[in-house]
Ligand binder design. Structure first.
Ligand code: C5P
Length: 232
């Protein structure tokens, strides 16, 4: 898959989601569905968005014992999503089991990417709560390498980390990066942000963009601007 803009559909209901998606009468954006919408509406929301012709990144961040994750991934694979994810903290064995579960009888499977450390975790909380004492950027790179070792396709990371992830894990290892804002836009609660053009320059494979598109006065125009700046 080539570079693309993934729109984070952080809505609370199917009604709000479809009111938003109905605006896109031309190109159908690649969409991200997170826990809130999935838990509210169940797997039918995934099937309906697929029927409407969108690609889907199902952002459920699985983390459990390998056998449970394997079986859960088999269910997600049958939903025909394009990308799904898990926590690299679940260990290499869990990631390998996830890949096995995702792989269909014909050998095809959705892409699988890992969350390294959440951006809400900082050095202090990692040391105090998780008792991990290495520098956080080393932990992030180690988890990315574990994901690669397990056979995953890439990681979710800050656009600021994308270059280093590619250096460590190879150019083909995907970097999917949230924290994107237009140069003249509102940062909201994101602290470390990059424009779509900068994310492109640094080598992000996919950018995940929520409010700069979903809260724009003209979401279709904002999406198209993102595509122009990121994909070219
Ligand atoms: O609205 P905004 O563009 O900030 O949305 C970014 C999306 O990416 C949200 O769905 C958010 O949960 C997700 N995300 C993030 N930072 C991470 C991981 C995921 O912003 N480190």
């Amino acid at each position: 898959m080539g570079k693309d803009v993934i729109v984070a559909c952080d809505f609370a209901s199917a009604e709000q989601t479809f009111a938003f998606l109905d605006k896109f009468t031309g190109r159908k954006p690649f969409v991200k569905i997170g826990m809130e919408l999935f838990y509210a509406e169940g797997p039918e929301i995934v099937r309906e968005i697929k029927r409407r012709g969108h690609k889907i990144f199902l952002d459920l961040k699985l983390h459990d014992i390998p056998n449970t994750v394997k079986k859960a991934m088999a269910v997600l694979s049958r939903l025909d999503v394009d990308i799904c994810n898990l926590h690299a903290g679940g260990t290499v064995a869990m990631m390998q089991a996830a890949l096995e579960g995702l792989t269909r009888e014909d050998g095809t499977r959705p892409l699988l990417i890992a969350v390294t450390q959440l951006t809400s975790t900082d050095q202090t909380s990692m040391e105090n709560d998780l008792m991990i004492h290495a520098p956080i950027d080393e932990v992030v790179m180690h988890y990315a390498q574990n994901a690669k070792k397990a056979g995953l396709d890439g990681v979710v990371c800050s656009p600021l980390e994308a270059g280093k992830v590619h250096e460590n894990c190879g150019a083909a290892f995907l970097t999917v990066t949230p924290g994107v804002r237009f140069a003249d836009g509102d940062k909201g609660d994101q602290k470390r942000v990059m424009t779509p053009a900068d994310a492109k320059a640094i080598g992000s494979d996919y950018i995940v963009v929520g409010r700069p598109i979903t809260a724009a006065a003209d979401p279709v125009a904002a999406y198209e601007r993102c595509l122009r700046e990121f994909v070219g």
